[in-house]
Design a protein around this ligand. Structure first.
Ligand code: MN
Length: 753
């Protein structure tokens, strides 16, 4: 962390510090054991002295940061006095040069070991693995095996840094935001810190995509009034019913986070309006003495369903079987006013506490040993095993760790009662492959809880699943769509590949056989004629159809006699020549001039005079001028330009954030960049012609390749282009969308987040 010690605290600074500390000290939560308050005061005095005259980038005294981390750790995560003290001291060793031994002498070995876990490795690091960040993350997790609190304090530290990202040095912001969404948000989620996870995602998203964030925030705001009114109308009869039954409760409207709206829009490819359709309210009740919490949840459930009709398949019971991260609640969806679905979440105060504060809240309710904790224990054990493996290098470790955050979310059973863990959303087919590849390959259906179900059926935790197999069954192409685990998908792909190579081989032999009967030698002219006649795109498809028996070879002689009728072909694959401009990928890679100044954005100049500035456009995300971009300095000191949302870039931010730099486009007039658009709609005569006419009229755009196909009247295609700027591309997309018959035109971006 960069701090300046250039001036001495003013009286304003000291009174600011005092009032911030008072805010913490006066509102301490669960710090009332003897000595707690003294410990916290002592830690504050020590840290305040150590950080004296230090400022953050924002100009406020540095100590404000540890004070706020301590507040988060105490009030939002629910940790006690030792953790509050450790949070106050967390940057002392790293930033002020006070040795760890001194902390140990003053505050004892426990707090010293917490601080050690929070202190980054300094100076040199293993050049080979080249990831100081990964090393640091691993070190932090090492302490986790002794004390879980390190990681919770680290999450508090990260949350405050994200809330005050402007106070961080500019070159570190992108790294911090990337690392947050890649590691810390999933980690917070795994630990059940739901509120913090949501906030981390939103803050990171806001920084990485300010324009999209603002746009969604604006739309949310616009709908808010209307939705609030709807929620009020919806809640009134419920409030009345609950009051009549003497239930003490709190009801409030819930709104989706901006990040989760955006994620849904991306993954489902739907507009904002469709994602934002679902309204939600939460009821938090104080359990009465005469009934168990669980029974009371169901009582409230029945009071609500007396008023509104529930959607039967949307009941989520996490009170009988909590989620692996400890979440307990009863969710139902009912038909609300104006025909809108409303999700109702029912929780007791204890359940709410666990949902908001996560793992730490469990300590508050001792004696409540649920299976949840053993799930978390299992995860911790797994992490410890990973840490104990001396072979894993830090980067592999980082990947494994990230995967472990998303591990098993549902538990299902075999007919014999064996437990199988699968990711959330897994289908019966995933289950089949999880048991054995052969069972998967021969599956034809499933019995879920004794009910016959298709292989595509989504499994729920607790389901008992039996797979029905047949010896003549074979995987179909469509299986890929309802396989979710990597294991199932790979097995299906393998099986399909075997099937299709078999078919292609068979088809080729059949064709050669037939041709030799006719006394014709196979050549490329014949193949082309056949492709044209059957409207196929390539040889393999032709052979495979012959192999399948879909093409009758008795027609062969007739077809080969026919004259070519190129004008009526229903597919086109034209490569327009003459585009000889250098693409970004082939740009020269001369060495970087001197060092890169991290405080200033590196300008991506058009390389007209060979004076040295060089950069490479990342082939994974292919940004073009006008796109938001970040730079990564690779190990031969070339600058690779990525889109910030590119998964490769996100990963680099987390593992090699020190090599991420700010870059900015300059005006490019000569260089062209490759971009692709996809286009589809209802086919009509002349449509392709209209499309190409528009493109050819655009002066700033050059076509590289057009690939269009038509079937069942649907026109679908991709067009590769060279452009100078996103402006050119957007212009073109707008014009094409206005064409009659075109349903959608989109820029192709290879990844979704
Ligand atoms: Mn810090």
């Amino acid at each position: 962390m960069v701090k300046t010690k250039s001036k001495i605290f003013t009286t304003e600074d000291t009174s600011r510090i005092d009032s911030e500390y008072k805010l913490l000290a006066d509102n301490l939560f669960r710090c009332d054991k003897p000595g707690d308050r003294e410990l916290i005061d002592k830690a504050f005095r020590f840290a305040n002295e150590a950080h004296r005259d230090m400022y953050r980038n924002s100009g406020e005294p540095y100590i404000i940061h540890p004070i706020n981390v301590a507040r988060i750790v105490n009030q939002e995560i629910g940790l006690g006095a030792k953790s509050v003290a450790a949070a106050l001291l967390h940057d002392v060793v790293e930033d002020t040069g006070i040795p760890l031994e001194e902390i140990s002498k003053e505050f004892g070995p426990k707090i010293a070991s917490l601080i050690d876990g929070l202190t980054k490795i300094s100076g040199t690091y293993n050049k080979e693995t080249n990831s100081l960040q990964a090393e640091n993350f691993r070190k932090m997790l090492m302490t986790l095996s002794d004390d879980f609190r390190v990681i919770l304090i680290k999450i508090g530290d990260r949350l405050h840094n994200m809330r005050t990202l402007d106070s961080m040095p500019e070159h570190k912001r992108m790294k911090i935001a990337g690392e947050t969404v890649y590691l810390y948000a999933p980690l917070a989620h795994r630990l059940g810190l739901f509120a913090i996870k949501t906030e981390l995602e939103d803050l990171s998203f806001k920084f990485r995509h300010p324009r999209i964030y603002d746009e969604i925030a604006r739309k949310v705001k616009m709908d808010e009034k209307k939705n609030l009114a709807l929620i009020n109308r919806f809640s009134l009869p419920i409030i009345e019913a609950l009051n009549n039954n003497n239930i003490i409760f709190d009801i409030s409207g819930r709104f989706k986070s901006i990040y989760s709206i955006w994620k849904k829009m991306q993954s489902k490819n739907v507009p904002f309006e469709e994602v934002y359709d679902l309204l939600a309210v939460r009821i938090i009740f104080e359990p009465g003495p005469e009934m168990s919490e669980r029974a009371q949840c169901w009582q409230i459930y029945s009071l609500i369903t007396d008023i509104y009709t529930p959607k039967p398949d949307r009941l989520r019971d996490w009170i009988s079987r909590p989620k692996p991260n400890g979440y307990e609640a009863l969710h139902l969806t009912v038909m609300g006013p104006e025909g809108r679905w409303v999700e109702v979440q029912i929780r007791s105060q204890r359940m709410d506490d666990i949902a908001e504060r996560g793992f730490a809240a469990h300590w508050k309710y001792k004696g409540d040993v649920t299976q949840t904790e053993s799930e978390l224990d299992k995860w911790l054990k797994h992490i410890r095993e990973m840490l104990a493996n001396p072979m894993s290098d830090p980067l592999t470790f980082l990947d494994d760790f990230k995967m472990s955050l998303f591990s098993s979310e549902i538990m299902v059973f075999t007919p014999k009662g064996l437990l199988v863990n699968l990711p959330k959303g897994a289908s019966a087919l995933d289950f089949a492959y999880e048991i054995h590849t052969d069972i998967g390959n021969k599956a034809i259906g499933a019995k879920i809880n004794y009910k016959l179900s298709p292989l595509s059926a989504t499994l729920q935790s607790g389901d008992q699943v039996e797979i029905i197999t047949s010896n003549i069954a074979r995987p179909g192409k469509e299986w890929i769509e309802y396989a979710h685990t990597a294991k199932a998908r790979n097995a299906i792909k393998d099986a399909l590949r075997d099937q299709s190579t078999d078919r292609i081989q068979k088809g080729m032999e059949m064709l050669e056989q037939k041709l030799s009967e006719l006394g014709i030698l196979p050549n490329s002219d014949i193949i082309r004629k056949l492709l044209e006649n059957y409207e196929l795109l390539n040889k393999d498809e032709l052979y495979s159809r012959i192999g399948l028996g879909l093409i009758n070879l008795d027609d062969l002689r007739k077809i080969l006699k026919k004259a070519p009728e190129g004008s009526l072909r229903k597919y086109w694959k034209l490569a327009i020549g003459g585009v000889t401009r250098k693409t970004a990928e082939t740009r020269e890679q001369s060495p970087l001039p001197g060092t890169i100044n991290k405080d200033q954005p590196y300008l991506l100049r058009e390389n007209v005079d060979n004076t040295g500035n060089s950069y490479v456009i990342a082939s994974c995300c292919q940004p073009i001028p006008g796109d938001e971009v970040v730079g990564y300095v690779d190990h031969s000191d070339s600058i690779i330009v990525h889109k910030p949302k590119c998964p490769v870039a996100v990963k680099l931010m987390s593992s090699e954030g020190n090599r991420i730099i700010h870059v900015r486009w300059t005006i490019h007039k000569l260089a062209s960049f490759l971009a692709s658009i996809s286009i589809n709609g209802i086919d009509r005569i002349g449509l392709l012609n209209d499309v190409t006419t528009i493109i050819s009229k655009e002066l700033n755009v050059n076509i590289r390749n057009v690939n269009v196909s038509v079937y069942d009247g649907i026109f679908e295609g991709t067009i590769d282009l060279y452009v100078h700027h996103t402006r050119d591309l957007n212009n073109l997309i707008m014009q094409l969308s206005n064409l009659k018959g075109i349903a959608s035109v989109k820029r192709i971006e290879e990844f979704v987040e």
